[in-house]
Design a protein around this ligand. Sequence first.
Ligand code: G6P
Length: 610
Amino acid sequence: MCGIVGYIGSQNSAPILIDGLKRLEYRGYDSAGLGIYCENRLNVVKAKGKVSVLEAKAEESKIQGTIGIGHTRWATHGIPNEINAHPHFSSDETILLVHNGIIENYAILKDFLIGKGYHFKSETDTEVLANLIDFYYKENNDLLEAVRKALLRVDGTYGIAVISKKEPDKIVVAKNGSPLVIGLGENENFVASDVNALIAHTKKVIYLEDNEIGYVTKDSYLIKSLDNATLNKEISEVDMDLEELSKGGYPHYMLKEIMEQPESLANTFRGRYIEEEGIAKLGGLFGYEERILNSNRIIISACGTSWHAALVGEYLFEQYAGIPVEVEYASEFRYRNPILSKNDTVIFISQSGETADTLAALKEAKRKGALTVGIVNVVGSSIARASDTGVYIHAGPEIGVASTKAFTSQVMTLALITLLLARMKNMSLEEGKEIIQAIQELPAKVQEILNHNSFIKKVAEKLSDAKNFLYLGRGIHFPVALEGALKLKEISYIHAEGYPAAEMKHGPIALIDENMPSVFIAPKDAIYDKVLNNIEEVKARNGQVLAIADKDDDQIDKLADYSIKIPRTHDMLMPILTVIPLQLLAYHIAVKKGLNVDQPRNLAKSVTVE
Ligand code: G6P
């Protein structure tokens, strides 16, 4: 989703801003722009489409200067075009602003400003904010104070960076509900919505919290609360290398991230169990274990792929730890007035840690006194910081918009939490040890599936002309069916539905003919025979079947048109293995169709607006 970068120092800011915007491209956007101060003027270049288009225009215009701000925009108010792209000027071009988030009361503020003689060029809420800041700026020529006063009148979410031609020695920043981080360099400073844009320059950062405002000059900074108290903020060190962000020889980040799963999973579970006691050891939950175990119920809330991981978590917690679980979309949870008390635990799962709906749901759960637990990938992100406690999944940076390694690490984390709670309850030492052994052996089994990549590619190419797909699974593999269908939709734009296999006969069976492939997740578990019956039902209607099956399952080959064979592991961990062929299937179908796998249309990696 939208991205912000800013630079102040002694170098020409244009290439630094462009480079920063490129590092934010993975978040998804549809236009970009930058604004730079030079010789008493603020100059702006904008472009619809990719940052590379903006880069060419910036070079052509020779825009330069040592203080500037840049932005990638994912359209919310107004179509993606140059006029609506950021930065936005105030009416008389004194102030320039980039903004992530949504100003909810922008219409009222716009009417107020029109009454004061302001005029507007774009349809955006951001231009309203630029003029509102200008309105207060005219009172006392103090940019920080003008931004603070303007924000006191704003309802909504924002991460902003503002520059003024009257104070060309500072960038003013503020945050509420949309991330903003300051990067500290040597005689130069940076701002961004995401540390990815900064780590080429510095690893020393300051994360702004909600309702904080401040400025950076090239060699200093000041941070205040919105109610004007000066704050003493902690400087954090980012634990990430540039190398980790590059494609590492793969044609796409998505493929790199799929292939990294043996390692990312190992990073998730490393050091997190005590073998001889057959139990998990999760530092983040230390001291909270009893409260979680004795909760009336656990609610797991998330969006997108993380919501699918939550559904797997429901099976795990209920089956192995005997705790009642409900799973809810964060976007619904936040508005439903959920009945919660301090006897409930609400777990929030998020790769980015910045998803607006999940963050709002978390705040609601906290307000009602429930214990909030974050299962998050991005260290230091808003959800990680706002939760009472939590567990990082340690999957490493995930750049491809379609989530892959984060999903498997989320499921691994849920399995570890299950192991902890179940062993505290009534799981035997023997079963605990069996699970730990299965966890240790899992990366090699994941690798075994990844070694079938070229076979999966061939299957994908055969199926790539289909216009619709059905993904079917039962029990713990129903969420995997949903996730497989989501992967295909996201990157190949083929319509796909995930269904519990037995429900097929209550509707989707009407769609089946020779043109609609059905993907069955059919490992040999307790309901394997029932899934075979469902496959027969599809075959009886001339449907094509692709089965994800155990490697020793010869029976299924007689029924399915294609089968991808996978090793077995403990039932608790099977979703981690069954999802991998589905990730590769979606990837290869999208590549065959010539699509932009890492940045699919209309999607954003991190959805920081409602
Ligand atoms: C977006 C992404 C999805 C992701 C979802 C939730 O829609 O495109 O891949 O699953 O947000 O994101 P989160 O960062 O909270 O897991």
